[in-house]
Design a protein around this ligand. Structure first.
Ligand code: HEM
Length: 158
């Protein structure tokens, strides 16, 4: 059977890899643990490079997420012969964990983008809360992704 989701999965995988890499680079862990000393990886320690990369990947993730969501909603009206071409069916448990943590990352991430604008001031506690929530959701997403990968759990139940 033709796999109509290969391209989408590949794009999502690339976005997830680079958004995670640039997110952790902003903490900044790669300079602290000398990973950026490895020839060719010096850019991992340059804050504005990884910051811009995180923003670009976040924009791409929002585009891909909107596309997949529209596809899932509008695809429901298509005849069943098209079943394998659209996201028809129910999300699996790991699918739900991934979708909800991604949604949480998008919301907390966008609020932090606003916080980073010049002239915008958030209370300290709120910033710490958003930061920790963003990081916790990131760990949940990566954990669920690892589990789903090892146990071969798809996003959608067939
Ligand atoms: C729409 C999606 C996203 C947006 C708009 C976004 C935005 C941001 C922003 C603005 C920061 C910097 C926080 C600061 O100013 O200190 C940040 C940090 C970070 N992001 Fe994202 N992000 C998004 C998605 C993700 C995803 C999907 C992951 C990983 C799976 C991720 C992982 C991280 C990590 C590890 C950090 C550093 C730790 C932290 O400050 O919480 N982000 N993100």
């Amino acid at each position: 059977m033709t796999d109509y989701f290969r391209g989408r999965r590949l794009v999502y995988g690339l976005i997830l890899f680079f958004i995670t890499l640039s997110g952790f680079a902003q903490m900044p862990v790669f300079a602290r643990y000398y990973i950026s000393d490895i020839p060719g990886l010096g850019w991992l320690a340059q804050f504005y490079v990884t910051h811009a990369m995180h923003y670009i990947m976040a924009a791409l993730l929002l585009v891909l997420g909107s596309y997949a969501a529209m596809d899932a909603v509008l695809g429901r009206k298509l005849p069943s012969a098209w079943q394998n071409r659209v996201n028809k069916g129910r999300l699996t448990a790991t699918g739900w964990v991934k979708v909800l943590s991604l949604a949480g990352l998008m919301v907390t991430g966008c609020v932090m983008v606003v916080k980073n604008l010049s002239g915008v001031y958030f209370p300290h506690l709120l910033i710490i809360f958003l930061d920790l929530l963003h990081l916790a959701l990131c760990m949940i997403l990566l954990g669920a992704t690892l589990y789903a990968g090892i146990r071969k759990r798809p996003w959608i139940a067939v």
